[in-house]
Design a protein around this ligand. Structure first.
Ligand code: NAD
Length: 518
């Protein structure tokens, strides 16, 4: 492979520029025209339909069907794993340069069609233009970054050479991986998890989220266009109950790469660990799960920056990020002042169709999500003081007002449970050490941030804030590939550090070879 430029993050298009706006508007028109199509599964390298469908609607306009992906049954799921296992030796033996080349071509195609994918993210996932652009750029970053990382593992650090021996370590793929992504980053997380497993030489059975099957089908088609052999990747959609457990427990499944909620992650981890007849390995589970992320606001800090950081982290993509700020823990000395500035900043956020870039916030993903979040809004009225919001927002879509409850006690469910929507709990703390202790009062440990001018407090946070991704004097969302390896502590997951230099090791096993020299 010729000399590669160093990895850099994909730049974002500026939608203030008229030509970028026009291009995005045109992509949305094409996307709307393409809504309602049916997509086939990919099993054993062939397209398959079953007569049953996973249907996805536009959460801004639920009457609009975005598309339908065929729904697999148990027999097809079993066939997908068996065929992926049969094809594994061929794919694993393909040269690293060839595998890496496919991933670089995938990045190039994504770059070429950035606005098409942005449009699907707006229409199927309810992302704003800016959030969609950031996500497509992140998907490109994952491809560019993991391809480079694979080249690194293909040329590992030399070992100590014993006299009379040649000592080598080579990194081999594991086998069949079942990849299970969530709906909230239906392109970037799906692409990152899938490409990481594939570039290492594993074959993959991808089970996409039922909320966002069209984006999954589009990305699988893109990989095929980039030259991925059809049998290296199966696309197998369906419910967790119908095919999820089967994929996880299939004796030929070697590893599971999961991103989603805590309860499903723990269920998968438990199932994967069970011994079974014919099972020849301890399945690996990479599980990245939920969060209850806190931003600590110190007495001595840039309060305007803190308010802006909390608002962006709590309400970006309607609070539907694992990294979203759902607790603001504020030093008592600035608590009232903070609330005084937070209320108007949140009130300024407008809510409406994600396709209209004049709205700050779009819909939540589904009617069920909206119901569950409204339930937390009702609960908040008993557990705190409603500062703003608290209701559904007008319109046909799954719209909710950005909502803030103040005075939420640490024992409250609002302080402890992941809501995964635009609801922020604000809690006062008597001093900085108490604020930090409250931030750590959680079963989770994904992201966290501290706003403070006090170097000793920032050092304390570096040492004691028990999260996988800590941000100092900036918001707690928006991890960048290569710069902020991402993964959580405690029940937030296995801390796999997606987008970091160690991520691929989870999909490889090292073989040590010692050759006695003549
Ligand atoms: P979810 O757990 O409901 O679903 C995740 C995936 O698991 C989906 O594809 C779903 O179809 C599948 N699934 C459900 N039951 C299954 C089973 N029994 N067997 C196999 N697969 C099964 O989560 P979600 O609603 O899609 O996503 C939101 C959650 O994801 C939140 O908790 C969020 O914090 C978390 N998340 C975490 C990260 C991270 O990096 N830590 C990133 C994004 C989202």
């Amino acid at each position: 492979m010729s000399r590669l430029p160093a990895f850099r993050n994909e730049p974002y298009a500026d939608f203030a520029r008229p030509e970028n706006r026009r291009a995005m508007e045109a992509a949305l028109v094409r996307g709307r025209d393409a809504c309602g199509r049916e997509y086939a599964l990919r099993i054993a390298g062939r397209p398959v339909t079953t007569g049953a469908w996973v249907r996805s609607v536009n959460p801004s306009q639920p009457a609009v069907l975005v598309g339908s992906l065929a729904r697999a049954n148990a027999a097809l799921a079993a066939e997908a794993v068996a065929d992926a296992a049969a094809f594994f030796p061929q794919w694993a033996r393909m040269s690293v340069d060839d595998r890496v080349g496919i991933v670089f071509r995938t990045a190039a195609l994504l770059r070429e069609r950035k606005n098409e994918f942005n449009a699907w993210l707006v229409l199927e996932a309810g992302k704003s233009w800016v959030e969609a652009e950031a996500e497509t750029a992140e998907a490109i970053d994952f491809c560019e970054y993991y391809a480079r990382q694979m080249l690194r593992w293909a040329n590992p650090e030399p070992l100590l050479q014993l006299p009379g021996e040649r000592n080598e370590l080579t990194y081999l793929p594991l086998g069949v991986g079942v990849v299970i992504p969530p709906w909230n980053f239906p392109l970037a997380i799906l692409a990152g998890m899938t490409v990481a497993a594939l570039v290492c030489g594993n074959t993959v059975v991808l089970k996409p989220s039922s909320e966002t099957p069209v984006i999954a089908a589009q990305f699988v088609a893109l990989l095929a266009e980039a030259g991925l052999p059809p049998r290296a990747l199966a696309l197998c959609a369906g419910s967790g109950a119908e095919i999820g457990d089967l994929l996880v427990t299939h004796p030929l499944t070697r590893f599971i790469s999961f991103t989603g909620s805590r309860d499903v992650g723990l269920h998968i981890n438990e199932l994967a660990a069970r011994p079974a007849p014919g099972l020849r390995w301890i399945r690996r589970v990479v599980a990245e799960m939920g969060g209850k992320d806190a931003i600590v606001v110190d007495a001595d800090c840039d309060l305007d920056a803190a308010v802006a950081g909390v608002v962006a982290s709590a309400f970006g993509y309607q609070g539907q990020k694992c990294s979203a700020c759902s607790r603001a823990i504020v030093h008592g000395a600035v608590y009232e002042k903070f609330l005084g500035r937070l209320g108007p900043a949140v009130d300024a956020l407008t809510v409406g169709d994600a396709a209209d870039p004049s709205f700050a916030m779009g819909p939540v993903i589904s009617a069920a999500a909206r119901r569950s979040i409204l339930g937390y809004m009702d609960l908040g009225r008993t557990e705190g003081h409603l500062l703003t919001g608290g209701h559904a927002a007008p319109g046909d879509g799954y719209f909710l007002q950005p909502t803030v409850f103040a005075g939420v006690a640490p024992a409250a469910r609002l302080f402890r449970e992941e809501i995964f929507g635009p609801v922020l709990a604000v809690t006062p703390a008597p001093d900085f050490p108490h604020a930090l202790a409250l931030a750590n009062e959680s079963d989770y440990g994904l992201t966290g941030a501290v706003y403070s001018y006090v170097p000793a407090h920032l050092d304390e946070a570096r040492r004691d804030f028990h999260v996988g991704n800590l941000y100092l004097n900036r918001k707690c969302t928006g991890a960048m590939v290569g710069a902020h390896p991402f993964g959580g502590f405690n029940l937030s997951g296995t801390d796999s550090k997606a987008g970091g230099p160690d991520y691929l090791l989870q999909f490889l096993q090292a073989k040590s070879i010692a050759t006695r020299l003549p």
